[in-house]
Ligand binder design. Structure first.
Ligand SMILES: Cc1cc2nc3c(=O)[nH]c(=O)nc-3n(C[C@H](O)[C@H](O)[C@H](O)COP(=O)(O)O)c2cc1C
Length: 173
């Protein structure tokens, strides 16, 4: 599968089979995240790979009871080390680059999973403090996304996307 095909075919999937994920596939997803660009190559990305049932339940609860999260065999919590990125870039690093860098890494995980035939959903609705507590995040470690990963148990239709004409402006708005 080429990158453009992966981008077009990816869907948010919220139902997973009971099949486990191979260690090799988990490693591939982590590696994909690692290769994402980051401001000044500061790489504030930190990942917590969760497989424990009770941990997944806590994350699911922290994510406003989105129960599909705990049904995934693996849940990746994407975090930003705010210290690392603010060291070079101050408040812009802390408030903007930290989110951009980790968002790029999250998208890499989603696309790599697509290539591997795996199902993912980017989850952003959660109580930060509760997630940080569950994964025992050190101070200055901001959870930015939760990504449940598994084998797909559904094949959703593509979500409607705004047309090119609607979103592109040439030279100025
Ligand atoms: C920043 C962000 C936060 C999101 N949070 C959630 C979430 O909390 N729960 C959920 O089920 N989906 C969540 N999604 C997935 C979106 O609902 C999904 O991407 C959108 O509906 C478009 O569908 P598609 O991914 O299949 O193209 C989130 C996506 C992004 C990028």
């Amino acid at each position: 599968m080429d990158v453009l095909e992966a981008i077009r075919e990816r869907r948010s999937i919220r139902a997973f089979t009971d099949e486990k994920l191979s260690e090799k596939d988990v490693e591939r997803l982590i590696d994909a995240a690692r290769w994402a660009p980051s401001a000044g190559n500061t790489q504030p990305l930190e990942l917590v790979v969760v497989k424990d049932k009770e941990m997944k339940r806590k994350l699911s609860e922290a994510a406003l009871n989105q129960t599909f999260i705990q049904k995934a065999p693996v849940v990746i919590v994407v975090c930003a080390d705010l210290n690392r990125v603010s060291r070079g870039y101050g408040s812009r690093g802390k408030n903007l680059y930290s989110l951009q860098d980790t968002a790029a890494a999250t998208e890499n995980i989603l696309l790599a999973a697509q290539e591997l035939g795996l199902a993912t959903c980017w989850v952003g609705a959660f109580r930060d403090k509760e997630v940080a507590k569950a994964v025992k995040a050190p101070k200055n470690m901001k959870p930015v996304a939760i990504v449940p990963v598994g084998h797909p148990a559904e094949r959703p239709l593509a979500s409607p996307k705004r047309s090119v004409n609607e979103i592109v402006h040439y030279e100025t708005f």
